[in-house]
Design a binder for this molecule. Structure first.
Ligand code: CAA
Length: 303
């Protein structure tokens, strides 16, 4: 594993047609930076035509704010939206040379999707890499994901973990699987840089860097709430004003989605087998109640 933190900046990403699978809050943000910052044509696939329409309209409203603030012209906004091709079938990705998967954080769904994508994308030329198949997973081992495709394709699989909201957050965590070719790592980092992001490399360890550090903190805040130590507002105020976090941990958990937080805690707990990662019982109850945070209108706060 290459631990050098500064990536080789001379490699180019070489991407001509970009694909995103999943038009949720992460997928739409990734599609937005690919079209509006890099200028790439983007095929955006989701099973729901209704969600595609709603999310592309949302992207249009985010870009309209950029126009209002003088960061882009109306023509650039229209061109960025024109470069998005919505589709409900994976076959629309056939000509893409870089695809990012951003579907729900469910190992069964992701592994099945990778198996299907293996059949849809162009076959890698003998001895060569690409098309690159990246996962935005926040905690599923990339080596397992790469193991679900053919050995020839596995060298082109990598983790490309964006932070939410994607257009605003500067970090992309890049996680090579054991099978990932060096060229795939360098080209992925080059694409992230072209998107205006800074990359950090992590080995394929549970939770990588971001969620190994973030999730136990959010989980502990939920433990504090469950034990009746303080109100949600006071817990969040401590971290916002005491530690200058932009959002308190309970608000942030709501914002990420409590189902996603629980899925990540379960990966940490199962993979490490260490009780320090046990999910807070209150987090499990909220997910069972369907109180999944901002997207559901209710989590630790009402929206
Ligand atoms: N899409 C695009 N832009 C968005 C946005 C979205 N969904 N949400 C907010 N923004 C933009 C706003 O338009 C605004 O832009 P301008 O400065 O150009 O006006 C900017 O972000 C700031 O927004 P606000 O002024 O409305 O609110 P804020 O100052 O509270 O900032 C925030 C919002 C950027 C989300 C900030 O609260 C923050 O940084 N929160 C922490 C976010 C965080 O920790 N993200 C990581 C989560 S973990 C993760 O994603 C990985 C994982 O695996 C779980």
């Amino acid at each position: 594993f290459a631990t050098a933190s500064s990536a080789d900046a001379s490699t180019e990403h070489g991407v001509k047609k970009f694909g995103v699978v999943g038009a949720g809050q992460m997928g739409i943000g990734i599609a937005q930076v690919a079209t509006s910052v890099v200028g790439l044509p983007v095929v955006l696939v989701d099973t729901s035509a209704e969600r595609l329409e709603k999310q592309i309209a949302f992207m249009g409203s985010v870009l309209a704010k950029d126009v209002a603030k003088g960061r882009m012209t109306e023509e650039q906004r229209a061109a960025a939206l024109d470069r998005i091709v919505p589709a409900t079938s994976l076959s629309a990705l056939a000509e893409c040379d870089f695809v990012v998967e951003a579907v729900s954080e469910d190992p069964a769904i992701k592994l099945e999707l990778f198996r299907q994508l293996d059949g849809v994308l162009a076959a890698p030329a003998p001895g060569a890499v690409g098309p690159i198949l990246a996962s935005n997973t926040s905690s599923i081992p990339l080596t397992r994901i790469a193991g679900s495709v053919s050995a020839a394709r596995a060298t082109s699989v990598i983790g490309m973990h964006f932070m939410n909201p994607v257009p605003v957050m500067e970090l992309v965590e890049v996680i090579p699987a054991l099978q990932t070719a060096d060229e795939v790592l360098l080209r992925t980092e080059a694409l992230a840089r072209a998107m205006g992001k800074t990359t950090a490399r992590s080995a394929d360890a549970p939770g990588f860097i971001a969620n190994r550090l973030l999730m136990p903190m959010l989980n502990e805040a939920i433990m504090c709430l469950g034990e009746g130590i303080a109100t949600p507002e006071d817990i969040d105020t401590v971290m916002r004003l005491g530690m200058r976090h932009p959002m308190g941990p309970l608000k942030l958990a709501d914002f990420i989605g409590l189902d996603t937080c629980l899925a990540i805690m379960r990966v940490l707990y199962n993979e490490f087998g260490d009780p320090k990662f046990r999910p807070a019982p209150l987090l499990v109850r909220y997910v069972e109640a369907g109180w999944l945070g901002k997207k559901a209108g209710r989590g630790f706060y009402q929206y």
